[in-house]
Design a protein around this ligand. Structure first.
Ligand SMILES: NC(=O)c1ccc[n+]([C@@H]2O[C@H](COP(=O)([O-])OP(=O)(O)OC[C@H]3O[C@@H](n4cnc5c(N)ncnc54)[C@H](O)[C@@H]3O)[C@@H](O)[C@H]2O)c1
Length: 275
């Protein structure tokens, strides 16, 4: 059942969160549990480490790259709950890298998790939502999915794909009673920096720096994300910089392009010095 902010005491929803053992995914799990929802957290580990999840949250292993894991998760929620109300496709990894330095294996890894993992989630649960005539899909993209800084091509492309997928499904599934939202945070403090190491050391150092300097916590970002989902938005920005960057790109394209040249020029200058 889609969120309804006008209902005083909504019945508990049945929620599945991918990448639920860390960062933003864990914050979503905590928030849904605090709302009184039934939550299945999923991640790569076979078991959730003791004390890692809030009391009441269930756990199962789900590698978002594996069709068999998705099928098993669908059978589990249909058996235990009779269906699903909210799917949060959150699991993700990150790598930075210039186009001629990052390796193809990095592209393949990023696309497999960040884009095709979300596709697999949507494909698995859309038949359930269609049958119910109701459901909510929350895809976690990134600000990188709508504004594209240099030296992040694989991550930007995967996240832009998630935005396009979400917009497509928004209109495709609305007639079936299914709401689709895509969350686009800027930077927040999580374990994302450690998820993948790319070949471009300089771009990786910039990624680490940005993530280490992030001020927002996963709890704040998850709460803002769910407020946007509750309000029925397609694109959900969780910080002011996201809204400024998104609208700046649309309303002042020359300024946006100028801003994007700065990191590109900095990297090119450093390349020339080390040649
Ligand atoms: N941290 C940020 O600044 C930031 C900004 C914008 C968007 N995001 C997005 O938020 C989402 C959550 O990332 P986070 O920042 O909380 O990072 P995180 O590393 O703290 O959490 C990611 C979780 O995803 C899990 N995961 C990785 N690969 C998986 C797979 N194949 N199958 C299942 N689970 C897998 C990890 O085990 C981990 O628990 C990602 O999609 C990320 O791209 C993060």
């Amino acid at each position: 059942m889609p969120f309804n902010r006008h209902r005083v005491s909504p019945p508990p929803r049945r929620v599945l969160v991918t990448g639920g053992l860390s960062g933003l995914g864990l914050a979503f799990v905590e928030l849904f549990v605090a709302r009184g929802d039934r939550v299945l957290a999923t991640d790569l580990a076979d078991e959730a480490p003791a004390g890692s999840l809030p009391r009441g949250a269930a756990y199962r292993r789900l590698d978002v790259r594996a069709d068999a894991d998705w099928s098993a998760a669908r059978v589990a929620v249909e058996t235990d709950w009779g269906g699903l109300d909210v799917l949060v496709n959150n699991a993700g990894i990150a790598v930075g890298g210039r186009i001629d330095i990052a390796e193809m294996s990095e592209w393949e890894a990023i696309l497999a998790v960040n884009l095709l993992g979300v596709v697999r989630g949507c494909r698995t649960f859309t038949p359930v939502f269609k049958r119910q005539g109701a459901g909510t899909i929350v895809n976690v993209a990134s600000l990188a999915g709508v504004v594209h800084a240099p030296a992040m091509a694989s991550y930007n492309s995967a996240k832009a794909g998630v935005v396009a997928l979400s917009e497509t499904l928004r209109h495709e599934l609305a007639p079936h009673g299914v709401q689709v939202s895509v969350v686009c945070p800027a930077f927040l403090r999580t374990n994302l920096a450690a998820s993948l190491r790319g070949a471009d050391a300089e771009a990786e150092a910039a990624k680490d720096r940005h993530l280490a300097q992030a001020r927002l916590t996963p709890t704040v970002v998850a709460a803002r994300a769910l407020a946007g989902v509750d309000a029925g938005r397609l694109l959900v920005f969780t910080d002011a910089i996201g809204r400024v960057a998104f609208w700046g790109k649309r309303l002042n394209t020359p300024l946006y392009r100028l801003a994007m040249t700065v990191p590109g020029r900095r990297l090119a200058a450093s390349e020339r010095r080390t040649r």
